[in-house]
Each structure stands twice: as structure tokens, then as C-alpha cells.
Design a protein around this ligand. Structure first.
Ligand code: ATP
Ligand code: MG
Length: 451
């Protein structure tokens, strides 16, 4: 008690001007979160920490999501206990992270992430002002100030039901505003990824980005070039798989965040030919995420980059390369261009290539080929991709429909389907017989002109 008092007095004297005053303490009947809505596992972890004399709160995205009526994805806990103290209290827990240690506490199907209150004062920054290491523990108030947005700095104590709110996050959430803690330019310089987070969270939560936080984004977007490509990939993946990809991408375009930022976005947003295909892919992904269906990152990136691949494929063929080498060359070119800024993981790049390489095989509906294709382990994903191309008008719907029937048919029906299928890959000679004056439209298996 005396120590606490002394610390308070001392802290007040030593306090930096940036530290806010007393936080608001908002009770359950004011903020409306009921205990039953909160993860049992997270409540238990908090209780154990508190029983051992530590402060412990559920913090960040989970509280924000509950306040706005969304189901939290995961639960983070912020505590005054050090990682080692936390580790000692939970048998199956593990300390992870090198730069900043956090503790993973498994509990049933959930893993609760516990981090120690963090201070930011002596953070080391690079030439651009980006924070490199901030491995210093601090008080709750300091922990709050280093978080990005006011709505992300809410601390819920499950024991009392009280939310501790240093930066008017609850009020901002009610006013549908995403507000940066501190000076937005400084915060973006410390960590440019916050620009992408702003866009993603605003779209996810239906918030307006506060003008002060929104205005500098356009001019500061180039700072994202200094972010390690693996982190950028994680963040883009989160954005694209958020269930709000369409809204996010529209917003990025509006904020000028796409140009020169990520080759991927340039590709997505600057290609009239592939535009319809890409928006369909994004809508399709959003629908799946919202329906709680699985979405594979490989499928998504394969779709987003498909118009680019087909363009390059065509170019190479026009220059005289045979179809298959041209396709593989185009695939590598496209992925290499991305790799300069976005580290698509090797596994995902493999999935992407599989999907692309399967596409021309759907044009071959003669002989043994179709039997081999339906046995391919990625047939189903390749077929889904083909369906997307059909929905965008790149191939006739007849093609995926035929493959669906073929895959599910018995022996005789398959033979009949094969006989009835257009002989797409047959030598062009045969096709010459088309009546003069017929449309020039070519439904053949030639590589698609558009996706
Ligand atoms: P979601 O989980 O919906 O993606 P989130 O806000 O919970 O969103 P996390 O990455 O889980 O995102 O981060 C948890 C919390 O950590 C955030 O709510 C925020 O308080 C803090 N945080 C995350 N990233 C940053 C950052 N770049 N700068 C400052 N604080 C951050
Ligand atoms: Mg989270």
C-alpha cells in the first residue's frame, strides 16, 4: 500500500507530459459487456494472475469486438507479472518471442496470449523513426499509450467487470471513430504497418478513420517499403482474409495506399481487364469468411494474381514461346515481382503454382487426360478456381459444369461425356470449317485472352 502510494507520488513527479491523467473506469452496466460473453479461459487466467498479487486484464481486440457486438477471434491478456512469473503459474505455458517475450497459455481449444505491461520510452528507432526494440516493461498507463488506436487500449477486469479506459476508447467506439493514440505521423513513422491496420480495422468494425489519422496516410505510404516483407505479408493476409477484403481494398485505393506500395495492389487495382475477376475473387472470399468456411491463402493469391499471369502468358506466347513453358515462365515472373516486397511463404507459393498450372489442363477433354486430372490431389481446388473464371466470364460455364459431371459420373456416362465434349485441343485445322460470318469468338482451349 505504502509502496503503491510512494510509486504514485514518484510517478506523478517523474511523469512525462505525454502520460494521461486518471483513466475512466467504466462499469459493466455502463459498457454492457456481460461476463458470459467473455472467454472462460481468459477469465480463469486473469483470476489466477490476480490471486497471486498481479494486475491482469483482458485487453485489445477482444474487448473492442465485444463492445461492438462482434465475436472476438482471440483473447489477449495484459499483466503486471513478468513473463517468467506468468510461466511459473501455468503448467503448460510457453514463453515465446525474442524481441518482446510473451507467454502462451493453452486452455482447452484456446491459447491465451499473456503479455507484460510494456513501456515505450527507451525504444530504439531506425533512421525512419521505426521502433526496433522495445523490450522494457512498464505500467498499465504506459502500456496503454504505446497501443495504436484508442479502441484497442481498453482493459477489462473480469473480476470487477470494469473497463479501464485511458484514451476515451469507449466513447470513440460509440462515435464510430478510429482514433490514433498520440500524434498519428509519429506513430506511423514508428510502425508503418499501423496504416494498414487503420484501414483493416475501420473496415472490420465499420468505423471512420479520424481525419487526423487518415490524412497523413497518403504521403506516408512509402514508409511501408521499410517494413520487412514477411510482416507485410502477414498483414496483407489478415486484411484479405478479414471478411471485409472488398471494403479494405476500396479504402486503400481511396487513401492512395496502393500505388507503389505493394506490387500486388497495383496489379489488383490497375488492371481493367482483370478487374472483374479480382473483385469476384474478393467477394467470394468475403462470403466464405463470413459463412465461417475455410479460405486458403493460396487460392486467394492465385486469384488476385491470375490476370497478371494470363497477361504475361499471352505476351510470351505472342513472342513465340510454346504454351506450357510460357505459362511457367509467366508464373515465375509474377511471383518474383511480388517477392520484392511481399514474402509469400514457400508453401503458399507452391499452392498458387499448383492452381495455375492446373488451369490449361481443364481444356483437355480427350483420351486419358481427364481421368488423370480428376485424380489430381488439387483437382477440387483447381475446379473451384475454374468456376471463378467462369463466373467472371473468362471461360464458358459449360466447362466447369462438364468437369463436375465427369468427376461424379460412372464409367458409361464418362465415355458419353468424352464423346460429347468439344475437342478443344484438336488441331486448329478442324475449326476452320466454321461458317463464314460466324462470330470470331473462340471458345477453344487456347489460353484465355482474359481471365
Ligand atoms: P484483430 O485481432 O481483430 O486482428 P487486434 O487489434 O486484436 O485485431 P492484434 O494483432 O491481435 O490485433 O493485436 C492486439 C493488440 O495489440 C491490439 O488491439 C493493439 O492494442 C496492440 N497492437 C497490435 N499491433 C499494434 C501496432 N502495430 N502498434 C501498436 N499496438 C498494436
Ligand atoms: Mg487480436
Amino acid at each position: 500500500m505504502i509502496r503503491k502510494l510512494l510509486r504514485k507520488v514518484f510517478a506523478r513527479r517523474a511523469a512525462k507530459p505525454i502520460l494521461p491523467g486518471e483513466p475512466a473506469r467504466i462499469s459493466a452496466d455502463q459498457h454492457g459487456i456481460r461476463r458470459e460473453q467473455v472467454s472462460r479461459a481468459a477469465i480463469k487466467v486473469c483470476a489466477t494472475l490476480q490471486d497471486h498479487g498481479h494486475q491482469a486484464y483482458i485487453v485489445g481486440g477482444a474487448i473492442r469486438d465485444l463492445l461492438i457486438g462482434q465475436q472476438p477471434k482471440d483473447h489477449d491478456i495484459a499483466t503486471s507479472a513478468t513473463p517468467e512469473e506468468v510461466r511459473a503459474l501455468f503448467r503448460r505455458s510457453r514463453i515465446i518471442g525474442r524481441r518482446f517475450k510473451i507467454v502462451h497459455v493453452p486452455s482447452g481449444a484456446e491459447t491465451i496470449e499473456v503479455s507484460t505491461f510494456r513501456a515505450n520510452q527507451s525504444a530504439e528507432t531506425d533512421d525512419h523513426g521505426r521502433v526496433l526494440a522495445d523490450n522494457i516493461y512498464g505500467t498499465q498507463a504506459e502500456d496503454a499509450i504505446r497501443r495504436d488506436f484508442t479502441v484497442n487500449a481498453l482493459y477489462y477486469d473480469p473480476t470487477t467487470g470494469i473497463i479501464v479506459d485511458y484514451h476515451h476508447g469507449v466513447a470513440d467506439l460509440r462515435q464510430k471513430t478510429l482514433r490514433m493514440i498520440g500524434e498519428p505521423r509519429v506513430r506511423y513513422r514508428e510502425d508503418p504497418v499501423r496504416m494498414l491496420r487503420a484501414v483493416r480495422l475501420a473496415a472490420k468494425l465499420g468505423l471512420i478513420i479520424d481525419p487526423a489519422a487518415r490524412a497523413p496516410i497518403r504521403e506516408m505510404a512509402t514508409l511501408l517499403e521499410n517494413v520487412p516483407s514477411a510482416r507485410l505479408f502477414d498483414e496483407m493476409l489478415k486484411l484479405l482474409m478479414s471478411g471485409n477484403a472488398v471494403r479494405c481494398i476500396e479504402q486503400l485505393r481511396e487513401d492512395g495506399l496502393h500505388h507503389g506500395l505493394l506490387p500486388l495492389l497495383d496489379v489488383i487495382l490497375d488492371q481493367p481487364a482483370g478487374e472483374r475477376f479480382i473483385w469476384l475473387a474478393l467477394e467470394n472470399t468475403d462470403e466464405r469468411v463470413r459463412a465461417d468456411k475455410s479460405v486458403s491463402p493460396g487460392f486467394l493469391f492465385a486469384a488476385l494474381l491470375w490476370p497478371e499471369v494470363t497477361r504475361k502468358w499471352q505476351e510470351r506466347q505472342s513472342a513465340g514461346e510454346p504454351p506450357y513453358p510460357a505459362l511457367f515462365g509467366a508464373m515465375d515472373d509474377t511471383l518474383d515481382t511480388q517477392a520484392t516486397q511481399l514474402a509469400i511463404t514457400r508453401r503458399i507459393a507452391g499452392d498458387i503454382k499448383d492452381l495455375w498450372a492446373l488451369q490449361p489442363r481443364f481444356d483437355k477433354r480427350t483420351g486419358k487426360m481427364p481421368f488423370r486430372l480428376i485424380e489430381h490431389p488439387r483437382f477440387r481446388a483447381g475446379w473451384d478456381f475454374l468456376n471463378l473464371r467462369a463466373a467472371a466470364g473468362g471461360v464458358a460455364q459449360e466447362l466447369p459444369d462438364w468437369w463436375d459431371r465427369f468427376a461424379h459420373a460412372g464409367h458409361d456416362e464418362r465415355e458419353a461425356l468424352l464423346r460429347a465434349a468439344p475437342k478443344d485441343e484438336a488441331p486448329r485445322r478442324k475449326r476452320r470449317r466454321r461458317k463464314p460470318g460466324g462470330s470470331g469468338a473462340d471458345a477453344s482451349g487456347a489460353p484465355p485472352a482474359t481471365p
